[in-house]
Design a protein around this ligand. Structure first.
Ligand SMILES: C[S@@+](CC[C@H](N)C(=O)[O-])C[C@H]1O[C@@H](n2cnc3c(N)ncnc32)[C@H](O)[C@@H]1O
Length: 258
């Protein structure tokens, strides 16, 4: 069987259900703190630096950076649901993170504004064409100040392919079951995700496709966007427990400069 995927799936999947299905990775303070420890070890962050968390979801990384004294953080994401969640958390905690709705490929933010652009938590490869990812990389470069830094944190596509699992399921808080059926494509993984809730029944049945990048392909993409000093940092697995975490484990980090 082959799944049909709506090319605009990424405009609607990142909602309240996603915050449940991916809670092990994106709503877990310990994991986020560990990821930010790594970010801080790779980027020369100064407290006054302007930081853009591109495709930053509900802003978990920016909120953690603010807690650590980095006061100028902006989150840009397409999902109003996630942005609204982030605004609420920021307001509850007296944080001044800015939340902006937009498309990472054409943000409409002024160029040359940020010291650092981070794209964390496997937030690339969702738009239909590979050239869309190049557009996002070029946009990141446009937004950076001269000598600015890029940090990319993406699933290692080579590992995903080597250890491909066509079926996976996990439980959330004893009343939700997340089932994923996967197909390997030439440059992407297509997924059908079915989510069942004991009380509410079927709460999701949706397909999506995520383009995969082996580390060297990611390096080529970033060079093609005009960045320099590209460095790969492999084998980043924020999840220490056994389990199928989909695209959220076995990641590769890449740093580069304008
Ligand atoms: C897996 S989530 C990760 C979010 C966040 N970086 C984290 O680690 O928690 C991917 C995010 O990328 C966002 N996204 C994907 N493509 C985007 C685009 N073209 N423009 C803006 N946001 C995008 C989605 O809305 C979603 O919030």
């Amino acid at each position: 069987m082959s799944f049909t995927v709506n090319p605009d799936w990424w405009k609607s999947l990142f909602d309240e259900v996603y915050l449940l299905t991916d809670a092990r990775s994106v709503d877990n303070a310990e994991v986020t703190q560990h990821e930010i420890d790594v970010v801080c070890s790779l980027l020369p962050l100064r407290p006054e630096d302007a930081i853009l968390d591109l495709c930053g979801g509900q802003g978990r990384h920016s909120l953690e950076l603010q807690r650590r004294g980095f006061g100028d953080c902006t989150v840009l994401d397409y999902s109003e649901v996630l942005l609204e969640r982030g605004r609420q958390i920021a307001s509850d905690n007296g944080c001044s993170v800015r939340f902006v709705q937009g498309d990472a490929a054409q943000t409409e933010l002024p160029g040359g504004t940020f010291n650092h652009v981070m794209i964390l938590g496997n937030s690339l490869g969702y738009l239909p064409q590979a050239t869309d990812d190049l557009r996002i990389m070029k946009e990141a470069r446009r937004l950076l100040k001269p000598q600015g830094h890029l940090l990319l944190d993406i699933t290692d596509g080579a590992v995903i392919r080597e250890r491909f699992q066509p079926n996976a399921w996990h439980e959330i808080a004893k009343d939700i079951v997340v089932c994923r059926q996967r197909e390997l494509d030439k440059d992407a993984v297509r997924v059908r995700e079915v989510v069942l809730c004991k009380e509410r029944g079927l709460i999701r049945d949706q397909t999506y496709a995520i383009r995969t990048y082996a580390p060297e392909q990611l390096e080529s993409l970033v060079y093609a966007a005009g960045f320099a000093d590209v460095t790969l940092h492999r084998n980043f697995s924020p999840q220490q427990q056994q389990g199928d975490y989909g695209f959220m484990n076995h990641r590769v980090l890449l740093t580069a400069r304008v």
